[in-house]
Write a protein that binds this ligand. Sequence first.
Ligand code: ZN
Ligand code: ZN
Length: 386
Amino acid sequence: MLKTLLIITLLPACAAAQDRVSVGVYHGRPVTRLTLSPHASGQVTAERALLKGKVTLTAAGGLVRCKDRKALDGRKTVKLSAYGGGVWLSGPGLPRRLHKGDITITARGGRLRVTAMVPIEIYLQGVVSYEAKDLSRPEAFKAQAVAARTYALTKVQSHVREGFNICDTPHCQFYAGFAEVNPVAARAVMQTAGEMITYKGKPISAFYHSACGGFTEGVSAVWPYGDLPYLKSVQDGPAARPYCSPSTGFRWKKKITFADLERALRRDRWLKDGEKISGVSVRGHGKSGRPLKLAVSAGGRVVEVPTSDFYHAVGRTLGWTAMPGNLFELYSGTDHIIMEGKGAGHGVGMCQWGAEGMAAKGFKYWEILEHYYTGTRIEKIKKDNK
Ligand SMILES: [Zn+2]
Ligand SMILES: [Zn+2]
């Protein structure tokens, strides 16, 4: 079963990216008021003075306002250093989150922008705890840790114009801080510290998803990118019982009315106002059987919507459970569609539930990664000895 050995070589320092990343916290949400509250075991300073109780910050134009502590009032930027247990952040319409690291709060246009500079290995503990929350096997966690590290390091330029490296939403990777760090996830990150997935010596785009439904899909069939040799369609275990088949909701059936679909497609500008859907059909299939496009007949014309755009439009308007994944068969009725599918998510790269299934069968994390990312290897980032 253990057909390959883990190959650890050293990547040159230029590929090592960085030890710390700055994360845009509450990215995409308007932050008008922010309460900082040190964790019971937090060692938190604000502008170099120890923070013991709660303080609330607001923004007035380009200035931070703070009634609780004069030293923080009237600045453009407030700098926090949050170590030990960290600091709780909360505010109206914001989920309460525990963060650590060097946190910068800047006022701009009457809103507060929050960034947290954290060691990447610590950031990954938060990411993996969330991303692998349904998993239980240590080898699956380790595969997730290496995939998440690789993915993060290829995304560090994503938000440089906005003044940080990575956002805390699924656009980069979902990161909710440290309140629910799972010890298995933390251990998996530590045990794989610095390891990345490479293809011909370069870090890969390590996409991953919840459950592939039996076959992953080649990247070009899902998104309008070129083909990548390491993101091919792979069969995920025996046809009768794919590795990811124990996932919750592996088989699903969903009905969407034309009226709801019109709303979703109108919002994403696939349909014009007043256009009524009369039918939907599939145009072409990827290697895994995923529909490539959906032909929507509406208002006397046929609009071809790539499946990933259709999935996005439905998820954004009707909720992400309205259409769990993109591997499905479609039946079009007179006023609704029915989709019968398998798996969840986009189907590209590592199947998280499949990683769990492979770990249950005794595969090691590098074998799991090699299965989903064709022709790749694991390499360790060389540390600069500064
Ligand atoms: Zn992002
Ligand atoms: Zn799978």
